[in-house]
Ligand binder design. Structure first.
Ligand code: NAD
Ligand code: WQD
Length: 340
């Protein structure tokens, strides 16, 4: 029996594949390399000492997916494959609906007809928007996300709940807060696409001299230092949560299960705290300037992740500084490979 990991060569997917292999699971990866590169597969093999099966194709091609499912005995799926850039989703909304929803629909169409019951979905804290109270637990009311990307996550969640109910399936909706960091081997991490929009990749590239200066989007928020607060979770901690969520689904007696978990550290850090933690962890200066607020940004978001701790026996315990140290090692690795 194997686990199908879609988007398994991506940032979070690649770390999760390593954790699955370390836990004795067989893994079948489908990834069209639209946001990854083949060397990630080589590095997964090097780190784990195991060889996952890999199929390079676009999941919108249902006939190919059908062939993969015929060829392997699949007991569950972790679906990472999606486009994820919030800003880009505003410029190309239809591309985001097409990629993020058609891939999901194809998987669910195939699974409903087969005896494949366990499905884990990469959701996001973006489904909460600006919550009225902190920390955010799973019962916090969801707001309509501003971005088309966020809407695909909310729609995906709804589709999966209907799927579980109608077809007696087990699903786990994992709402990630802000994933950061890289594998301790420095062989896996987030691949930079153009100018980064997310904070930690931008801070890292500024530290490396690729960018001149970090722009801090707003220092007039109602927070202790005026900069916005997020919950930054180390990617390997996040990857481990997937294994825990999968094991829970696989051990369920009930045919129909809908699990929902917030995956964060429970601790909020401001933009300036991230900059200073990065400087301290790596002994590198990050020049910055204070600018106006970025459109669509919220003031504060951090998780109450107690439910995941209680039910999955999982907790994110890597410190911000340690996570930022791995990011820097990964940056040096990319430079050694001349990937910028
Ligand atoms: P990523 O872009 O690094 O990984 C996604 C992978 O899916 C890539 O390797 C890409 O090549 C592949 N892919 C995309 N469309 C595909 C398709 N049609 N067919 C086959 N493969 C396809 O992104 P990530 O950061 O690892 O995110 C993984 C998941 O987690 C996504 O669903 C994302 O929306 C979600 N998520 C990410 C974050 C974050 O900040 N990184 C936060 C919350 C949720
Ligand atoms: C963090 C903070 C910025 C860059 C996004 C998605 C969310 C989820 C995680 C997928 C904010 C500030 C940033 C910069 C800055 N992804 N910042 N200068 O916006 O919390 O969340 O990624 O599901 O859906 O929206 O993350 O890393 O972009 O920003 O000052 O150059 O850093 O304003 O306060 P965000 P981020």
């Amino acid at each position: 029996m194997a686990i199908l990991v879609t988007g398994g060569l991506g940032y979070i997917g690649s770390h999760t594949v390593v954790e699955l292999l370390n836990n004795g699971f067989e893994v079948v990866i489908v990834d069209d390399l639209s946001n990854s590169e083949r060397f990630i597969l080589d590095n997964i093999k090097e780190i784990s000492g195991k060889s996952p099966v890999f199929y390079p194709f676009d999941l919108k091609r249902r006939a190919l997916l059908n062939q993969v499912l015929d060829a392997h005995s699949i007991e569950g799926c972790i679906n990472f494959a999606a486009f994820k850039a919030v800003g880009e989703s505003q410029e190309k909304p239809v591309d985001y609906y097409e990629n993020n929803l058609f891939t999901l629909i194809n998987l669910l169409q195939e699974f409903k007809e087969r005896n494949i019951s366990n499905f884990i979905f990469s959701s996001s804290c973006t489904v909460y928007g600006q919550a009225d109270e902190m920390p955010i637990d799973e019962n916090t009311p969801m707001k309509r996300p501003e971005s088309s990307y966020g809407k695909t996550k909310q729609m995906g969640e709804e589709m999966l709940m209907d799927f579980a109910n109608a077809h007696q399936k087990r699903v786990s909706l994992l709402r990630y807060f802000n994933p950061i960091g890289a594998h301790s081997s420095a062989k896996l991490g987030e691949l930079p696409i153009g100018v980064p929009n997310n904070l930690v990749p931008y801070v890292t590239q500024t530290g490396a001299g690729i960018r001149e200066k970090l722009s801090i989007w707003g220092a007039d928020y109602p927070t202790p230092d005026g900069t916005a607060i997020r919950d930054y979770i180390y990617v390997v901690d996040l990857a481990k949560a997937h294994v825990a969520a999968l094991k829970k689904l696989l051990s369920e007696k009930n045919e129909m299960v809908i699990d929902i978990y917030n995956l964060g550290t429970g601790k909020g850090s401001s933009v300036l705290e991230v900059v200073h933690a990065f400087e301290k962890a790596n002994n590198v200066k990050v020049p910055y300037q204070i600018c106006g607020r970025r459109a669509g940004d919220i003031t504060i978001a951090y998780a109450n992740a107690d439910k995941a701790e209680r039910e999955l026996n999982w907790k994110a315990n890597t410190s911000l500084e340690e996570a930022l140290r791995t990011t820097w090692e990964w940056q040096k690795y990319l430079e050694s490979r001349k990937v910028h």
